[in-house]
Each structure stands twice: as structure tokens, then as C-alpha cells.
Design a protein around this ligand. Structure first.
Ligand SMILES: COc1ccc2cc(-c3cnc(C(=O)NCC(=O)O)c(O)c3)ccc2c1
Ligand SMILES: [Mn+2]
Length: 264
């Protein structure tokens, strides 16, 4: 996987920017994932890290835990919640105060994604029409073995086609701290083990092509994720949701009709 050096914000950067985008296109078509190192350079990366640290220390993150994998312990009928996810998250839209560096990052990722989506000979990327994305999800795995079990980001065509993750972890040593992102591209038997290194940006298809897990982290592990929507898949997902919604509303109103009117 081409480890493109992407500090293209420097001088004479046009050529390097084109090369970076070409690398991403090739990686996405060949592997369904791409790793870009030194995306913004050290000083911009540090500004983002400090901003995220102050958010986290201000207690702005909520427990990302959604569903406990509850099960009863065989011996003492105690119910044990095996956490599916151990991360704590904060959604950032980009215009909140104190998030200017996260906003700068998402702007930089946007320009790369919109570029690769429109370049000629971009293969599978040409099948999508990417016009919008989610807000930025700032995630912290607070160490002590917190992890995320194998999952697919978009298993049911909710519109998200590309996952982009930017890592903030200086001198990350996976043999000590774990926290590897393991992607198992499907179909296939290969495995991609990606360390959550400082100033590293990765892309991968969000759907069932890329089941992945975050292995137990033993050090605080920060990442910022944005998901990019394909306009057509997103519209179809929203239409399905609307249809479902109106069905339940109708069902509810019919149910109300059927209920004996309590006032009579
Ligand atoms: C309904 O509300 C929510 C709110 C937040 C949610 C966050 C995730 C999520 C998904 N993937 C990863 C991941 O794969 N990280 C890889 C890495 O850090 O290297 C991750 O950390 C978090 C999934 C569902 C959510 C639903
Ligand atoms: Mn995921």
C-alpha cells in the first residue's frame, strides 16, 4: 500500500498533491483501503491533538457505548456486560468554538475526497457521487484494554461509502500499546494491520467489503473519523426511512382508532 508522503501543503505542492490523489485512487481500487502518512505535517497535527486533548479533559466526550453485549455468567447468575465498544466520542460540526483545528482537518480531507471522486480514470471511485459527509466523530479509546469488536461501519446501505480516519497518537508503539486497526478486506484472506500513528490518514470502503476491529488499547488513543455519503445511496436510504416512518405513523394512528375511546 503506497505510503504516500502528503505534506503537500508545502511549496511546489501541486505535483505532490496530484501524486497523493493518484496513490489513493490506486489503493482504493486495488485494496479497498489507503494509508497516507504525514498528511498535515507536525505543527498542524499538534494543534489538532491539543484541541482534542482539551475537549476530552473538559469532559466533552460521552460514552460511545451503545449496546452492551449482556450475558449471564454460567457460575454466579451475574449478568456481565461485555463492552462491544470502549471508545468515548464527541461529534464536531466544525463551527463550534474551540474546534477550529478539527474544522481545518475536515476541510483538508474534504478536498482530497472531492478531488479523487472527480479525477479521470478513478475506477470504482467514479461510480460514486460524493457531495456530503457526516460531522467529524472525535473518538478516544482511554486505554485499559478498551477495544471495538469486528464490525462493518455501513452494513445496510445507509449511504456512507468512504470512512476516513485521522490519527493523533505520537510515537505509538503497538507492541506495547496495542490499539491496532485490523481490517479484513472481504472477499479475500488478507489482513491489514494499521497502527494509529500521529498525522496518519486512512481511507476504506465503509460497507461490508471492510469488516474491521480496534484491538485492545493500553494507552489513550485518539482518532477523528468522517464518513462520506454517495448521493444516490443516501437518497435511497432517506426515502426508505421516510417510508418506514410513515408506515409506523399509519400503524399507530390506526391502532389509536381501534383503541376503545377512554372518554366514552
Ligand atoms: C448512533 O450513534 C453512534 C455514535 C458513534 C458511533 C461510532 C461508531 C464507530 C465505528 N467505527 C469505529 C472504528 O472502526 N474505529 C477504528 C479506529 O479508531 O481505528 C469507531 O471507533 C466508532 C459506530 C457507531 C456509532 C453510533
Ligand atoms: Mn468502524
Amino acid at each position: 500500500i503506497g505510503q504516500a508522503d502528503a505534506s503537500f501543503m508545502g511549496s511546489g505542492s501541486e505535483r505532490r498533491y496530484e501524486d497523493l490523489c493518484r496513490n489513493i485512487i490506486n489503493d482504493m481500487n486495488q485494496y479497498g483501503l489507503s494509508v497516507v502518512d504525514d498528511f498535515l505535517g507536525t505543527d498542524k497535527g499538534l494543534k489538532i491533538l491539543n484541541e482534542v486533548r482539551s475537549m476530552y479533559n473538559a469532559g466533552a466526550f460521552q460514552d460511545g457505548q451503545l449496546v452492551h453485549n449482556m450475558r449471564t455468567d454460567a457460575q454466579s447468575s451475574k449478568v456481565r456486560g461485555d463492552k462491544i465498544r470502549g471508545d468515548k466520542i464527541k461529534w464536531v460540526g466544525g463551527n463550534e468554538p474551540g474546534c477550529t483545528n478539527v474544522w481545518y482537518l475536515t476541510n483538508q480531507i474534504d478536498s482530497v475526497v472531492y478531488r479523487v471522486n472527480t479525477m479521470k480514470d478513478n475506477g470504482i471511485l467514479g461510480n460514486y457521487h460524493i457531495r456530503e459527509r457526516t460531522r467529524a466523530m472525535v473518538a478516544c479509546y482511554p486505554g485499559s484494554g478498551t477495544h471495538y469488536i469486528m464490525h462493518v461501519d455501513n452494513p445496510n446501505k445507509d449511504g456512507r461509502v468512504i470512512t476516513a480516519i485521522y490519527y493523533l497518537n505520537i510515537n505509538w508503539n503497538a507492541s506495547e500499546s496495542g490499539g491496532i486497526l485490523r481490517i479484513r478486506p472481504t472477499p479475500g484472506t488478507t489482513v491489514a494491520d494499521i497502527e494509529p500513528k500521529f498525522d496518519r490518514l486512512i481511507f476504506f470502503w465503509s460497507d461490508i467489503r471492510n469488516p474491521h476491529e480496534v484491538q485492545p488499547a493500553h494507552r489513550t488513543r485518539y482518532a477523528i473519523t468522517v464518513w462520506y455519503f454517495d448521493a444516490k445511496e443516501r437518497e435511497e436510504a432517506l426515502n426508505r426511512a421516510k417510508l418506514e416512518n410513515s408506515k409506523t405513523n399509519n400503524a399507530n394512528s390506526i391502532a389509536q382508532l381501534a383503541e376503545p375511546d377512554s372518554t366514552t
